[in-house]
Ligand binder design. Structure first.
Ligand code: PRX
Length: 667
């Protein structure tokens, strides 16, 4: 499907004569797709002129722009100031009091939307549930009462560990209603990962399910929680939702059934009147050191950007049925499955299970049966669908679709074209949305009724969002010059800090470029001002759209008794975007043990979760290091990718190490 105009989206890190790493890009993609007149005519923002006008106005007076959006919500008390900025700490809408759950539910229940579907849920086995805004409001209010009775107070942290069932949304919104800080932990994470996250956030409670259904079977989640909370002194109680028939142990005094508590709870609950900057949630994400970062988001600013970005990027209308395939365990699930849609009174389609269960057409079957109009997924899923074959898609009637979206990693132009032709039948605009856990909401994306798209770029920043691509010294790059993606001005849904670690917050995001937020991504801006993301420039890797810190995987590997040292790097992978390659030095007594490769992969799965399993483990007698002892990951990346090293090796301490690594490639 590629044309001669397209070369692969690749990022090269080169060492310049000054010894500094610079980034160069080799992508040249010339195709351009303007939205159809029909789409534009009905869109919230219907032309580039309108976008440019809005962008310029927001840039000239950000307070007026964001304040204007904030006016659309319910406030118990209006704010005193739109933004107080004390680099790098922001207070948005300070002095105001609101409640995001009230804005996501009560305002709709008090309108004609009371009986509109909020969630159309489909279980893996094909069972279905529909929760109207009225019913969701009732359930959330009841569960808010459960939390209050259990002693949860505003500001308390609550960990949530469950699969994709409506009760996950109910638990999240109930936390927001009472002012508890939710900390959702992806149900694929291990006991060790839960312990780490619960302890770091000092959570008081875990809400979990007995199990979660997966590919016709089920996974016992409660046993994993039991194992995790042996080492979490802050946990006072566990609420367990019954989803599967997993055999579990309920511990007296500690564990309570969801249905028992809900049976006793009243179904009305006053929402807490919370400060605009009241913490809303902590979500852990990988950074470039071994310890995951608790990204802290607060109430009002997050609400304002989640709602408005959802409205404009997905051009949401009341008739739409919106299907986001992300898990609530990731930021996309938080912002664009729960808060963004519900703040807009939208109908979401929530699917419990695997995309290829029972067959590769599950998503297309869902779209056809439920007449989904907007579909949002990850490039890694798109590539898997391409591999599975077009017939799985084309046998379904997808004519209800009007808009497609992608998120999580750069989409290669070939996958973009396939998505546009085979799924979108050349009539749906594609919004390639760039953002991060830290940004809380979409930063760079086409506006579907306005922006001409080009395969592979997230295009232009949203109004109110000031991004740029800069050199190492902070000066702006020329058009098409590779550099570092930064955000120049605070935005409402920005992270406020790393939970309990202001120093790490300042160092990670604000030390590289003075007064500008550093995203960790390399990018270039083309002659139209479109942003082309070239991938991470730190030790964070996107594997199948999930973000992993290579150092986390390294720490997991070295925690195994057989491992002396490990370095983990990525290499490009056709399906997953990136694959993890681990170079492992074994302790002498373990060298030659043939069972270790699999044992180490399983060990990583146990320490972090199956998503972090290295794709390849290579034995290394030693690792290439600089004289000061720093592992030269750049060389390992080259080896992992092409099996040869062309880059500069002058700082290498011991050349024999490289020879050994080359020799051992296939043993
Ligand atoms: O490298 C960028 C990539 O995903 C990173 C953020 O990962 P995470 O916090 O897990 O959030 C993912 C969902 C928002 C970014 O630093 N990324 C995300 N979206 C895109 C992307 N890379 C290219 N294009 C995108 N649309």
């Amino acid at each position: 499907m590629a044309t001669e105009e397209t070369t692969s989206n690749a990022q090269h890190t080169e060492t310049s004569s000054s010894g500094e790493e610079s980034i160069s890009s080799v992508l040249s993609e010339k195709r351009k797709f303007p939205p159809s007149a029909e789409f534009s005519n009905n869109a919230h923002i219907s032309s580039m002129e309108e976008y440019e006008k809005l962008y310029a106005a927001a840039e000239a007076d950000p307070d007026a722009y964001w304040g204007g959006i904030a006016e659309q919500f319910h406030w118990f008390k209006k704010w005193d100031s739109v933004l107080e900025w004390n680099t790098p700490y922001a207070k948005w809408f300070n002095g105001g009091k609101t409640n995001i759950c009230y804005n996501a539910l009560d305002v709709h229940v008090n309108s004609w939307r009371k009986n509109k579907a909020a969630i159309i849920w489909e279980g893996e086995e094909g069972n279905q549930r529909v929760l109207t805004y009225g019913e969701l409001h009732r359930q959330v209010s009841k569960f808010a009462n459960v939390l209050k009775i259990a002693g949860i107070k505003p500001g308390d942290r609550v960990a949530i560990y469950m699969g994709m069932v409506p009760e996950l949304v109910i638990a999240v919104l109930a936390c927001a209603r009472v002012g508890a800080v939710h900390n959702v932990i992806f149900a694929g994470f291990s006991a060790h990962a839960i312990t780490e996250r619960v302890n770091d956030s000092r959570a008081k409670m875990v809400i979990c399910a007995d199990g979660t259904r997966r590919r016709g079977g089920s996974i016992n989640l409660k046993n994993i929680v039991d194992e995790a909370i042996v080492n979490t002194p802050s946990i006072r109680s566990v609420i367990v939702l019954k989803v599967t028939d997993e055999e579990i142990h309920m511990h007296n005094g500690m564990d309570h059934w969801w249905h028992d508590l809900m049976g006793l709870a009243a179904d009305e609950s006053e929402p807490a009147e919370l400060d605009a900057e009241h913490p809303l949630f902590v979500l852990y994400t990988s950074g470039s050191t071994g310890k995951p970062k608790g990204i802290l988001h607060t109430t009002a600013g997050y609400m304002v950007h989640a709602a408005s970005s959802f409205k404009y990027v997905f051009d949401i209308k009341d008739e739409d049925i919106y299907f986001c395939t992300a898990d609530v365990g990731w930021i996309t699930g938080h912002t664009y499955m729960i808060y963004g849609p519900m703040l807009n009174g939208a109908t979401i389609l929530m699917y419990e299970g695997a995309p290829n269960y029972p067959q590769w057409d599950r998503f297309w079957d869902i779209i056809n049966r439920h007449k989904v109009t907007i579909f949002y997924t990850a490039p890694t899923a798109i590539r898997a669908f391409i591999r599975a074959g077009n017939e799985w898609v084309t046998k379904h009637n997808l004519s209800s679709l009007r808009l497609l979206g992608t998120v999580g990693e750069p989409i290669n132009p070939e996958a973009w074209m396939w998505y546009q032709k085979v799924v979108g039948q050349e009539k749906c605009p594609i919004v390639d949305t760039w953002w991060q856990t830290e940004t809380g909401g979409i930063m760079v994306s086409p506006l579907p009724g306005a922006t001409p798209t080009k395969p592979g770029t997230a295009t232009r920043p949203l109004p109110g969002i000031m991004v740029d691509v800069v050199r190492k010294d902070g000066t702006p790059c020329e058009a098409n010059e590779g550099g570092y993606l930064v955000i120049k001005k605070p935005w409402p849904s920005m992270l406020r800090t790393i939970y309990g670690d202001n120093e790490r917050y300042e160092k990670t995001y604000w030390s590289e470029f003075h007064d500008m937020y550093f995203t960790g991504d390399g990018a270039r801006k083309d002659e139209d001002g479109y942003i082309w993301i070239m991938g991470r420039v730190d030790d964070v890797v996107n594997v199948s759209g999930h973000r992993l810190g290579t150092s986390e995987v390294e720490s997991a590997l070295v925690s195994h008794e057989a491992v002396a040292e490990a370095a983990v790097v990525s290499r490009p992978d056709e399906l997953k975007g990136n694959a993890l390659v681990a170079f492992v030095t074994l302790k002498d007594e373990y060298v030659g043990d043939m069972t270790l490769r699999e044992a180490l992969r399983n060990h990583v799965a146990k320490e972090i979760g199956p998503i972090a399993k290295p794709d390849e483990i290579r034995w290394a007698k030693g690792l290439p290091k600089t004289r000061s002892g720093k592992i030269m990951r750049r060389l390992l990346r080259e080896l992992a990718t092409s099996n040869e090293i062309k880059g500069d090796v002058t700082t290498l301490e011991d050349f024999g190490v490289l020879e050994n690594l080359r020799d051992q490639e296939n043993d």
